[in-house]
Structures are given as C-alpha cells and as structure tokens.
Design a protein around this ligand. Sequence first.
Ligand code: AMP
Length: 618
Amino acid sequence: MAKIGINIATGSLQKAEMIVGIDLGTTNSLVAIIHPETKQPVALKEHDSSSLVPSVVHFDVFGNPEVGQGAKRYLESDPANTIFSAKRLMGKSYKDVSQSAGYFTYKVIDDNTDALVKVQVGSSFYSPTDLSSFILAELKKRAEHILKTPVTKAVITVPAYFNDAQRQATRDAGKLAGLDVLRIVNEPTAASLAYGLGLEKEGETTIAVYDLGGGTFDISILKITDGVFDVLSTNGDTYLGGDDIDRAIIDYWLAQKSIDIKVLQKSPNLLQTIRLSAEEAKKALSSSDQFETTIDGQVYQITKSVFEGLIDSIIGKTIDCCKNALADAKLNAGQIDSIVMVGGSTRIPAVKAAVASFFGKPVNDSINPDEVVALGAAVQADILAGNNKDFLLLDITPLSLGIETMGGLMEVLVPRNSKVPTQVGRQYTTHVDGQSSMRVSVYQGERDLVKDNRKLAEFNLTGIPGMPAGLPKVDIQFLLNADGILVVKAKELRSGVEQIIEVKPALDLTDDQVEKMLQDSIENAAADMVLRALVEARTEGEQLLAVTEKFMVKHQSLLTPDEVTQTALALQALQLAITMEDKNLIQTKIEALNETTRPFAERAMDEAVKGALKGKSI
Ligand code: AMP
C-alpha cells in the first residue's frame, strides 16, 4: 500500500508531467488541465473553436476512423458507418441494450445474448472499448497539439452508476489510446470538485448534482466527509435530455403548420433543417423572449412562454427523479447543502428555476455546464500530481489485482489506485459439464495476459457437485484491508463449498519495480489489447463450436440433410478462422454459424416447449 504522492505516479510526476482531465461524454467529450500559471482549471480548445469534441466516430471505405465534428457530418448521410453514443454500450451485453436496439443506426451484433456487444462496420468488429479509444486518442492528439508536449496520463470521468465492468472498459479504452489512466472519477464528483466542493479536509456536506445533457438525465446525491466522496444514490433517465426538448419544439411547429411528420420524413433535408432550427430556437430562448426563422418560405416562430409550457412535463420528469434519489438517500430536499448544475440543457432558465425551487435554494451554475465535469477532472488530476498539497492523500493500491480467466487473460477485480480498504466480488461459472473443481489464480499487474503479471497465489476450489457447464455459480470476493492484506474467498453458491486464502500483494515491491510494471503496461498496451481481443474472440468461437457440436448430436433429427451440410461447413470455417488467429475473421464466422443455426435452434426450442406441454393436462 502506498500514499499517492510517493508511489505509482511518482517517478514521472516529479518531472511535473501534465496530467489531463477528460470528460468522455455520450454526445461530446473534452479535455481540461490546470493552467500552469493561473492554477485555474481550463478546457483545452484550438483558437476560437469549441472545446467540445463530438463523441462520434466515422469509418471511411478503408475502415479508417475519423472522430469529432468531421465524423458528425456523416450521421445523416452515412449512418451505418457512423457510430454515436458508444458510451451507452460500454461494458454491456446485447441483452442489456436490446430494449433500445431501435435507437442505433449502425449494426450492433446481437447473436450471443450474454456476450459483450460489438459493433460491425463493414467486415470489422469493434468493441465499445475500441470505439471509445478512438475518441480518447483524438482527444490526446488534440491536447498534445495545443499543449505542445506529450500527454500520457489522464483522469477520466464516468457516470456514478457505472458498474465495475463499465469502469474497466473505460480504463481499457484509455490504455488502448496510449493513456495511463490514473483514476476513474465519478462525473458528479468531478463537477463538485470544479466548484471547490469537497476540497476542505474536514467537515461534512451533502450535494445534489443535476445533470441534464443532450440525451440523458442523471441526478446524484453525494456526501463528502473530510474530503472523501460517497455516492448516496443516483437516479435518472437514460433517454431524456435536450433532444426531447428539440422534439417538443418540432412537434409544436408541425402542429402549427399542419404538417404530417410521415410526409416530412420523405424530405429528410427539410426535416433536418427544422430540427436544427428547433435547437437554435431552444438556445435563443435561454436568453430572449421569442424566436423566429424562415424555412422554405414559411415563418416559424415560438415565444418563451409557449416553450416553457411545452417542456413543463420534461422538467417534471427530472424533478420526479430527484424525489426518488432523495428517497433512496433517505434525505429530504432541505438537507441538501449545495446543488451543482451540469450539462448544456441546464442553461434553460426554466430548468434552473424548477431545480432551485424544488431544493429551496439557489443552484451553482456559474461554471460552463458543458465543461464543468472536465474541469473537475483536471482538479482531481492536479491533486493526484501532488500539486495540491492541502488535499488529503488516501491509501491506495499501487497495482491492479485480479484473477486469470479463460485463455490466460487477466480480469481485474481491484483496479490500481483504488482506495483501501475495499471489497469487490464477481461471479464465475464452469465451462465443462460435471466440472468438480475450479482453479483460482490471483495476479497483480497491469498487463492483459496473466503471464506478463505477477502471480500472488493459486488454489483449487474443490467439491463442486456435478452440474452441467454454466450452472454452478462461483462467487469470488477480494477483500483488501487497510494493512494491504488481500483475502480471496471463493464460494460455490449452490452447494456452499468455500475456500479462503490470504495474500500480501506488493509489499515486497520497490517503487521502481512498480513504476517499471506500469511503464511496461503502457508500452505494450496496444499489442496487449489486440491480443486480448483475439483471445476473447477465440474463446467465444471455441465455446460456440462446442455448443453447436453438442446440439448437432442431440437434435440431428430436426435438421434437413442440407442444414446438416451447411452447419458442418460453417463449423469448419470457424475452426479454420480460429487456427488462423484472425480476430475479425473469427467474428465473421461466429456470425455466419449463428445465422446458419438460428432457424433450427428455434425449432428445437419449439419442440422442447411442446415436449414440456405434452406431460401436462391443459
Ligand atoms: P451535453 O450532452 O451536456 O453536451 O448537452 C448538450 C445539450 O445542451 C444539447 O441538447 C444542446 O442543445 C443543449 N444546449 C446547449 N446550449 C443550450 C442553451 N443555451 N439552452 C438550452 N439548451 C442548450
């Protein structure tokens, strides 16, 4: 265990390297730093351009990615190759996002419902981590251009409700973009830090962070005790924001002009112009009382009072979420000491007024709501750099701790820089029928393959009762106490068999050794991630081969001879792709095999249902 100021980051921190703060947003992303002279946080921008970089990736015909404003131009003209809102997919399986499948205009792979989603563009497959890494790489490039110095260390923000997998996916994206991610910080925590809330070493305060962006709404209730942030509750709506407000104006105009939306959809250019004018009207009404424009020879106008009537129910929904968040935190509105406004849509005076009235006090809105999260990330970065000496330094883990998963991959349970004490748990299962033991190997380090990390311990959880593969539930808990002792518990939940070991990570490592391990991980990040993607594709392919072969043996009678041949060919092709170690080819063949087997998998399901019904009297 180590103090931040003297460990991990240190070697290079003493060289006063710039650590940037990054807000990796759903719609827009940006980078901020603490200005070396004014010591104030500033968002980086090129001359008079905006600090906001649209979180959009467009792939050209050769598969080369372009990020930002340039990519955004293709949203309408080339939707299949233009990826927006990749953040919504981070760390998610298709099952998780299937309800909002209609929202995406690009291809989200949906065959293996428990696997992590992938996006297909042409013949290439990208994970949300890959897509986010393109955005982060662009931000890194811009920052280096503006600052005229290499940028390798960053603090990245994520929503407070992100789970471990989503946080890890964000870390990985940073690593893949060549960034050493010193800390993942909650967006509401960052916004509070930008207002200087929580920078006092002592005392307790409760904060509500109200974040209404372009497409999402989040409310977080935080408690800060002696400089330590605790998320008491979060609430919100993942599909509520400025876009809905624009739509309310469009609907109003269409009703005024008696235009049928179905007719309008046939002239996409006109629809797009109306959409852009609606956003323009909304922004204008934040500072004036009415708006008027001419589109296609027709005058479109709206007054502030009409506008406020239109968005009343949208604002009402956000206030309902605030009520829920308070209830979950077991607080009432009067117990909130400060309210922080985040997101472009909080510029609307009616929004500010409603929030202030609900909480019964004025809101903090003096900082640009589009930049406040990134600015706070820069404040956090500065604290990590050791420049803000007043800030409390907490005990943290210098290196990540995790276990080996299929294919020799490192799965991180406790990411480096986590505060201690900490406890993290995750569930695993078996992959062979009747498997009676499971080997648990504990590693420390930042590389993607365990062979490049430090093995701390290994044990076998034995006595798992015979069950089909995938049925046992093995819960692995990592408990890291304040003295740096790691207790690893493995328990099969159905049978209750359990094993516990204690290990002492990092205690015998010098700062130089820790620094070297970090350096290695950054230098090998790109190669490691490629390898990880290949191992994951190979594991997925091998599992599919096994399942399909088993299915063929069991259900051959349901298949036509032609289907048997087609399946055999698809199996062979996948097997060959696995042997060739080509990630995209493996994924293409997984897709192809799934396509081939889908019809008779459904038939087998019908049979199973019929069989089950036969025995019952109905
Ligand atoms: P964000 O996701 O935080 O970048 O939020 C962007 C949203 O804020 C978009 O829906 C914008 O249309 C909206 N927005 C930006 N400026 C204003 C403004 N002056 N008044 C109202 N909404 C705005």
